[in-house]
Design a protein around this ligand. Structure first.
Ligand code: MN
Length: 281
C-alpha cells in the first residue's frame, strides 16, 4: 500500500471528527474501520434525519453521506443541513458516497449542495485523498464563500470589485512553487475549456459535469474565485441538462480566465519563462 497521510502524522492537532451517514450495517462497519485507520473520530448516523439531528447538536469536520437511505435520503438531508448551517453561519464539507449504478447521482449530489463524491465500494486511497483535501480549512472556506454567493441572486454581477486572484495569499501558501502552480493551472485550464466546449457540443452532460468539477477544484486552489463560482454554475447546469445556461456560463468562464491570465501576466510573480498558452482555439 502506498504511503497514507493521516492525522497521526500531525499529533499536535486535535483528532478530526467525521459524521458517517449510512444505513447499510456492513458498509458502516467497513467505513468506520477505514476512518479509524486514518486516525479520525467517527460518529455514525443511520439515516438523513438522524444526521440532521446530529449536526444540530455537534460540529463535524467532514460528513460522508450515503445517498439512498430510509426516512430521509442523502439529498434531502444535505439540503436540510445546508439550510440549517446557513442560519448558524457554519459550513461542513459533505462528501457523497454514491453507488456506481446510479447514473446522474453525482451531478445531483453537487446540485443539492454536496462538495464532492466518492463511489461505492469505497477505495481506501481515493477516500484518503478526498479527506485530506476537505479537512483543510482553506478549501472549506472557499466553498463556503461559493455557497454564500450562490445563494445571492445578483451574485454574478457583483464580482468585479476583487482582483481575479489574491497573489499575496497564494505566495504565503505555495511559496517558491507558486510559479509552477500557476503555470500548471493555466495549461490545464486551457485543456479543460476545450473539453468543456466539446462536451457541450456533444450534449454529454456527464463529461461536462466532470470537467466543470475538476476546473472548480483547481480554480479554488489558486484562489480564482469567480472562475470557481462559474465552474460551479456549469456543473449545476450539467446536472440540469440546461445547455443554454451551460453555453452562457462557459463564455463567462472564458472571459474570467482571460482576465485572470491578463492579471498574472502583468504581475511580477510569474517569471518571464512562464509559458502563457493561447486559450482560444
Ligand atoms: Mn444506503
Amino acid at each position: 500500500m502506498n504511503e497514507i497521510k493521516t492525522n497521526e502524522t500531525r499529533p499536535n492537532e486535535e483528532k478530526k471528527r467525521i459524521l458517517l451517514v449510512e444505513d447499510n450495517i456492513v458498509n458502516q462497519k467497513v467505513a468506520v474501520l477505514l476512518l479509524q485507520q486514518f486516525g479520525l473520530d467517527v460518529v455514525v448516523a443511520e439515516n438523513g434525519l438522524l444526521a440532521l439531528q446530529s449536526v444540530q447538536k455537534e460540529t463535524y469536520d467532514v460528513i460522508l453521506m450515503d445517498c439512498q437511505m430510509p426516512e430521509m435520503d442523502g439529498f434531502e438531508a444535505t439540503k436540510a443541513i445546508r439550510r440549517y448551517e446557513a442560519l448558524q453561519n457554519r459550513y461542513t464539507p459533505i462528501i457523497a458516497v454514491t453507488a456506481l449504478a446510479m447514473v446522474g447521482d453525482q451531478e445531483r449530489c453537487i446540485a443539492v449542495g454536496m462538495d464532492d463524491y466518492i463511489s461505492k465500494p469505497i477505495d481506501r486511497y481515493v477516500l484518503n485523498i478526498k479527506l485530506n483535501h476537505w479537512l483543510q480549512k482553506e478549501f472549506v472556506l472557499r466553498n463556503q464563500e461559493l455557497a454564500r454567493k450562490y445563494a445571492q441572486p445578483s451574485g454574478l454581477q457583483s464580482e468585479n470589485e476583487y482582483d481575479p486572484v489574491n497573489l499575496t495569499e497564494l505566495r504565503d501558501y505555495y511559496g517558491e512553487d507558486l510559479n509552477d502552480v500557476l503555470k500548471t493551472f493555466i495549461e490545464s485550464t486551457s485543456n479543460y475549456i476545450l473539453s468543456i466546449k466539446q462536451s457541450i457540443s456533444e450534449h454529454d452532460h456527464e463529461s461536462l459535469a466532470r470537467y466543470a468539477h475538476e476546473l472548480k477544484g483547481s480554480s479554488a486552489s489558486v484562489g480564482a474565485k469567480q472562475m470557481a463560482k462559474l465552474a460551479l454554475y456549469l456543473e449545476r447546469a450539467a446536472g440540469l441538462r440546461d445547455w443554454k445556461e451551460a453555453k452562457d456560463t462557459t463564455e463567462a468562464l472564458i472571459n474570467s480566465f482571460d482576465s485572470v491570465r491578463a492579471f498574472l501576466e502583468k504581475s511580477p510573480t510569474l517569471s518571464s519563462e512562464a509559458v502563457i498558452l493561447p486559450i482560444r482555439d
